[in-house]
Design a protein around this ligand. Structure first.
Ligand code: NAP
Length: 386
């Protein structure tokens, strides 16, 4: 296993981290973790050098409103000496916080669920603009400072799902040790993206990566254009090797989390991790990745570059965000992923910013450098995600 220094901390974390959001389950029931199998896998990964384990309050539960089974499972799985071998990461369920007292209430409950007296890496979970504004008002900075001071958490960070402007605002607000972002070769300009990764890295934050395989969509049921791009490449590697290797090539990346639930995936990812140094991809390899990215982009529908010239929209529509979701949908859609990708739109685009708010005034079209027929395209977005 290779280890990387996590930002300005002196912690050495394994390049591969174990994500406990997709553990093996019984009878397809997400709330019934197959504990025997899952413990075997987690112990195997730790025995092979993984020292970062990521969970969260709602994982393996019935929804975002209550605690799931992942944290209690991790508490049990890390007994017999395994707790001391790993950095344990979990997250404050930010969307459930209504008062300053709630922050302590959830952290204390999580310590009990995890059967530990401290959490090494504590994240404010899934931040977006609305949730962040609420937490700022309620005193999140004072909560994190006091939890560090009394030893319940060692390092404070946040995980993130919104756009770059919001990301920079959050990075600058508090003296974070680390952050967790969604990042893979399709997300260079999505959410925090490459600019956000470098911004956080420059400020000394360790960066933990989630969804490096887009939840598996970059390795299974690939579109024909993409399969062909891999076939034509002079250098042969599996899609998972290309995808994970591309993420680890970035020196700002500390840990790459993978939600693994079969032993073969763990062994494969351990093998790839042990060969993936920062800045190690050759020019030829990077060119191949550009060809694969292009193969995906041929499937997009709107030529939006995200320049924001169309903004602000008088009706409040976040035009680039709508087009990003629309394009992401077309790049990745298969009969199996259709429902999930549609749900992403509702999860990540606020009601007030959605395409159906367009009043067709056309002001945006006079500013778009790409000449996009924005009103017509927003109607398509609305129809698709209705
Ligand atoms: N903070 C947040 O808001 C947030 C959001 C998302 C995730 N996370 C965390 O980040 C972790 C990582 O994200 P992720 O689980 O989405 O990671 P990911 O690596 O993008 O996706 C994991 C999926 O990829 C497939 N996979 C993994 N290794 C493979 C291999 N060697 N060969 C073929 N397929 C492979 C598996 O899909 P199949 O099971 O279908 O085979 C697996 O379930 C999560 O587990 C969770 O801990 C946090």
């Amino acid at each position: 296993m290779l280890y990387r220094k996590l930002g300005k901390t002196n912690e050495k974390v394994s390049a591969l981290g174990f994500g406990c959001m997709r553990l093996p389950v019984i009878d397809g029931d997400i709330t019934k973790i197959d504990e025997e199998k899952a413990i075997e896998m987690l112990h195997h990964a730790i025995d092979e050098g993984v020292n970062y384990v990521d969970t969260a309050y709602p994982y393996h539960g019935t929804g975002m409103g209550s605690g799931g089974q992942s944290e209690p499972f991790v508490g049990r799985a890390l007994k017999d000496g395994y707790r001391e071998k790993v950095n344990l990461a979990t997250k404050l369920p930010s969307w459930l916080i209504k008062t300053r007292e709630d922050m302590d209430k959830y952290l204390n409950e999580q310590l009990e669920r995890l059967q530990t007296d401290k959490i090494d890496f504590y994240l404010v979970h899934a931040l977006n603009k609305g949730v962040w504004e609420n937490l700022k008002k309620l005193g999140i900075d004072e909560f994190l400072n006091s939890a560090i001071a009394d030893g319940r958490i060692r390092y404070a960070g946040f995980s993130f799902h919104d756009d770059l402007v919001v990301f920079k605002d959050i990075v600058d607000y508090y003296d974070w040790s680390f952050c967790q972002i969604q990042y893979n070769y399709l997300d260079e300009n999505f959410q925090a993206g490459t600019e956000g990764l470098k911004y956080a890295g420059d400020k000394g934050l360790g960066v933990v990566i989630m969804e490096p395989l887009r939840g598996g969509k970059l390795v299974r049921d690939l579109p024909e254009t993409v399969t062909n791009a891999f076939k034509q490449a002079e250098i042969k590697k599996s899609p998972v090797e290309w995808a994970l290797g591309w993420v680890w090539n970035h020196p700002e990346v500390s840990v790459v989390l993978s939600g693994m639930n079969v032993m073969e995936h763990i062994d494969e990812n351990l093998r790839i991790a042990s060969a993936s140094l920062p800045n190690s991809l050759t020019e030829k390899e990077l060119e191949i990745m550009v060809d694969v990215q292009k193969a995906y982009r041929t499937r997009t529908k709107v030529n939006c570059t995200g320049c924001q010239y169309c903004m602000p929209c008088p009706a409040g529509v976040n035009i680039p965000k709508n087009f990003t979701q629309y394009n992401q949908y077309h790049m990745l859609v298969t009969p199996k992923t259709e429902g999930e990708l549609k749900a992403h739109y509702n999860a990540f685009v606020d009601i007030s910013e959605r395409a159906d708010k367009c009043k067709e005034c056309g002001k945006c079209e006079t500013h778009c450098p790409q000449g996009i027929k924005i009103r017509k395209e927003l109607k398509n977005v609305k129809e698709l995600f209705a």
